[in-house]
Design a protein around this ligand. Sequence first.
Ligand code: NAP
Length: 249
Amino acid sequence: MTLFDLTGRRALITGSSQGIGFALARALGGAGASVVLNGRDAGKLEAAASVLRTEGMTVEIAAFDVTDYAAVAAAIRELGQLDILVNNAGIQRRAPLEDFPEATWHELMRTNLDSVFYVAQAVARGMIARKRGKIINICSVQSELGRPGIAPYAASKGAVKMLTKGMCADWAKHGLQVNGIGPGYFETELTAVLVADPAFSDWLCKRTPAGRWGRVEELAGAAIFLASGASDFVNGQIIYVDGGLTSVV
Ligand code: NAP
């Protein structure tokens, strides 16, 4: 198990006050890393941190908006050394493309795509200087597949997939590994409207070879793998954790 041991590593997980980010923080913390939780709401972050602390983990919080370039730069400067970065913060906005408001398009792109560039660039500079680091970008099955009503989201997640490959192209030679995780459909606040819709759930369970929704703790294995020495020659890859959805029509 030493291959997967994260003892002595410090990990920042963006958007980790709830949902997938919180589950990923819990996974990395459980493997021995000290974790830094991020989101915009300091109260939510404190509550999330105290849950993980009661589980014996070392937890800090860093409240900042990942869409604010200057705030990101200041926060990363203040945090100091980070060995692992998980770019997870993201939002969903649903509307037919012909009615999709311009402002919402930019809000979505800023949150899902610009933030990945902002945070990764700021963190990678320190990693490059130390010649090692792990970056995990949270993609989606929508990095590969379109779906009605969420074209801008799919465009943002397709771009995060290619940004992951671009980061590998520029940073692998400096000792960094940059990979992505593409979750299928998991029950979180982001998907609450879909979970509450029996017709959607029925469609999803038929469409997914595993026949069910994912549970956020099922993302832990891929995250620990990509954050640990076990993946030291894995670079520019996206691991889909989706019950088989992207492999089968
Ligand atoms: P969620 O439950 O809505 O959580 C989103 C997290 O991001 C919250 O902690 C939120 O905290 C934070 N956040 C949002 N905007 C932020 C900003 N501007 N700056 C800093 N933090 C921000 O969503 P989720 O379902 O866990 O999704 C997490 C990631 O997984 C997203 O990238 C999403 O696209 C991706 N994903 C999810 C699914 C799924 O089925 N759920 C599937 C594929 C991919 P605050 O609002 O307090 O800032």
